[in-house]
Design a protein around this ligand. Structure first.
Ligand code: NAP
Ligand code: HSE
Length: 431
C-alpha cells in the first residue's frame, strides 16, 4: 500500500470537526480518490481540554502550532481557525514550514490574500479555499477550472447561509430576528462574530474573492457597496409577499466595458425564481459565461459536513497535485493583478418603504421628489390605519431607474418633514 499522507488539522470547531469526521468515516473512499490513505496526524486547538463530540485520532491534540508546522511528516495543513489574527500568522508559519494549506477562512483571504498568496508562491506551496465560498457548493473549482474557457459576464448569488436562514425563518414562521440568529449560531452556521454574517461583510468578502476568480481583477472587499439584513423587519417581508416577492441578501457582480458593478444587500426576488426558492442555510450562485450561458448552483452554504465536503475535496486535490496546478493557473492575487474600477450600480426597479405622517398632500410631495429624479412609479400601497396613527407605512414600487438616481431620491425623501424614519430601499430582481 502507498504511504499515507499525513494532515494537520488546525482548528477543530464546526468545520474542523466535520473534516476529522469525514476523513474517518469515508477513509476507504477517500483513499481511492487520492490514491493513498489520508490520515489526521495532529490536531491543534485553542483549548485542548475542551469536551468534543468528535474523537481526536490517537488523542494527538495540542495548543501549539509547532506540532503541525514543525512535523516534517505532515504535508498538508487544514487551517480552520477563523478571524484574522492569529489565523494570518499561523497560515504564514505553516506555508513557510513547507505545508500546503487548505482553508475555509474567507475573511482572512479577503483581507490578507495578497500577502498570503505571495508567501505561498515564495514557499512553493499552494493555498486551496473551496470551502471559503458558498460552503459545499464547488464554485471555486467551477470557475477556476470547469469554466476556464468562458469570459464570465456576471455572478449573482446568496453567499451567506446564516442570513438566508434568518430571513427565511422570519418569512415562513414569523420568527423573531434575535431568536433565529441564536438558532443559526447553535447550528454552527454563524461566524464567531455573527455581525459579519448579518451586516453583509461575509457575503461581500466571498464576492470579492469570486469576482477575482471570475474577472481577474481585484476589488478590496471594503470598497464594495454593502447593506446588511438588520434593516429587514416583518413589515417589509409582508409587503414583499403581497407584491409577489421574497427578500434575499443578494451578492451581485457584473462586468461592464471597462469596470465592474458590484453590490451586496437585501433584494426583492420574484417568488418562484431559483433565488427566491433558496431557503435556510442553502446558498445559490448563478454564473453567466459567454460560451456556456447561464448556470445555477444550489447547495448548503454553511454547516459542519457541507463545509467539510469542500475542505476534504481540497485536501484530496492537494494530495493528487490538482490544487498546485489550480493555484498556479489562477494566479490568485499576483502582484500585477489589475485593480478594477467600480461603477455606481446598474439600473433596477426599486421598492421603497417609508413611514410617513398621514395627512393630505404627503403622497404628492413624495412623488414629486421621485419625479424630479426622473423616477417613474409602478405601484403604491398604503393600507388603511386607525385614525390618528402617528406614522403609516407607505410602499412605492418604481419602474427601472439608475442606482445613483434612487440614492439621491432617498436622501431627499428622508429630509421631508412628513417622513418619520429612514426609508428602506431595496432593488428588485424579476428573473
Ligand atoms: P469555530 O467553530 O469557532 O472553530 C474554530 C476553531 O479554531 C476551534 O477549534 C478553536 O479552538 C480553534 N482556534 C481558535 N483560535 C485558535 C488559536 N489561537 N490556536 C489554535 N486554535 C484556535 O469556527 P468554524 O465555524 O469551524 O469556522 C472556521 C473557519 O471556517 C472560519 O474562518 C469560518 O469563517 C469558516 N467557515 C465556517 C463555516 C461554517 O459553517 N461554520 C462554513 C464555511 C467557512 P477551540 O475548539 O479549542 O476553541
Ligand atoms: N457564516 C458563514 C455563513 C459560514 O453563514 O454562510 C459559511 O461561510
Amino acid at each position: 500500500m502507498s504511504e499515507p499522507v499525513r494532515v494537520g488539522v488546525v482548528g477543530m470547531g464546526t468545520v474542523g470537526s466535520g473534516v476529522v469526521r469525514v476523513l474517518d468515516r469515508s477513509a476507504d473512499h477517500i483513499q481511492r480518490q487520492a490514491g493513498r490513505p489520508i490520515i489526521v496526524e495532529q490536531v491543534v486547538v485553542r483549548d485542548a481540554g475542551k469536551q468534543r463530540d468528535v474523537a481526536v485520532p490517537g488523542n494527538r491534540i495540542s495548543t501549539d502550532l509547532a506540532a503541525v508546522a514543525d512535523d516534517p511528516a505532515i504535508a498538508v495543513a487544514a487551517m480552520l481557525v477563523g478571524g484574522l489574527e492569529p489565523a494570518r500568522s499561523m497560515t504564514i508559519e505553516l506555508l513557510r514550514k513547507g505545508k500546503d494549506v487548505v482553508t475555509a477562512n474567507k475573511a482572512l483571504l479577503a483581507e490578507h490574500g495578497p500577502e498570503l498568496f505571495a508567501v505561498a508562491r515564495e514557499a512553493g506551496r499552494s493555498i486551496a479555499f473551496e470551502a471559503a465560498i458558498a460552503g459545499g457548493i464547488p464554485i471555486v473549482a467551477a470557475i477556476a477550472e470547469c469554466l476556464a474557457a468562458n469570459r464570465i459576464k456576471s455572478i449573482r448569488g446568496i453567499l451567506n447561509g446564516t442570513s438566508n436562514f434568518i430571513l427565511t425563518r422570519m418569512e415562513e414562521e414569523g420568527s423573531d430576528y434575535a431568536e433565529v440568529l441564536a438558532l443559526a449560531q447553535a447550528e454552527g452556521y454563524a461566524e464567531a462574530d455573527p455581525t459579519m454574517d448579518v451586516d453583509g461583510t461575509d457575503a461581500t468578502q466571498k464576492l470579492a474573492l469570486l469576482a477575482h476568480l471570475a474577472f481577474g481583477s481585484w476589488v478590496p472587499w471594503g470598497m464594495i457597496p454593502r447593506v446588511g439584513l438588520e434593516t429587514i423587519d416583518q413589515e417589509l417581508l409582508r409587503f414583499a409577499d403581497e407584491l409577489g416577492y421574497r427578500i434575499r441578501v443578494v451578492a451581485d457582480a457584473s462586468r461592464g466595458a471597462d469596470s465592474l458593478a458590484m453590490q451586496v444587500g437585501p433584494t426583492l426576488v420574484r417568488k418562484g425564481t431559483p433565488l427566491a426558492e433558496t431557503r435556510g442555510a442553502f446558498n445559490a450562485v448563478s454564473v453567466v459565461g459567454d460560451a456556456v450561458g447561464p448556470l445555477f448552483f444550489h447547495g448548503l452554504g454553511a454547516g459542519e459536513l457541507p463545509t467539510a465536503s469542500a475542505v476534504v475535496a481540497d485536501i484530496i486535490d492537494t494530495v493528487v497535485g490538482r490544487a498546485a496546478i489550480t493555484f498556479r493557473t489562477t494566479g490568485m492575487l499576483e502582484a500585477d493583478t489589475p485593480a478594477a474600477s467600480l461603477t455606481g450600480g446598474s439600473s433596477s426597479r426599486y421598492l421603497l418603504r417609508l413611514h410617513v405622517t398621514d395627512r393630505p398632500g404627503v403622497l404628492a410631495d413624495l412623488t414629486n421628489v421621485l419625479g424630479s429624479e426622473g423616477i417613474s412609479i409602478a405601484s403604491v400601497i398604503q393600507h388603511q390605519t386607525a385614525a390618528g396613527t402617528a406614522a403609516v407605512p407607505l410602499v412605492i414600487m418604481t419602474h427601472s431607474c439608475e442606482a445613483t438616481a434612487i440614492a439621491r431620491a432617498v436622501a431627499t425623501l428622508d429630509q421631508q418633514p412628513a417622513v418619520q424614519a429612514a426609508t428602506s430601499c431595496l432593488p428588485v430582481l424579476d428573473d
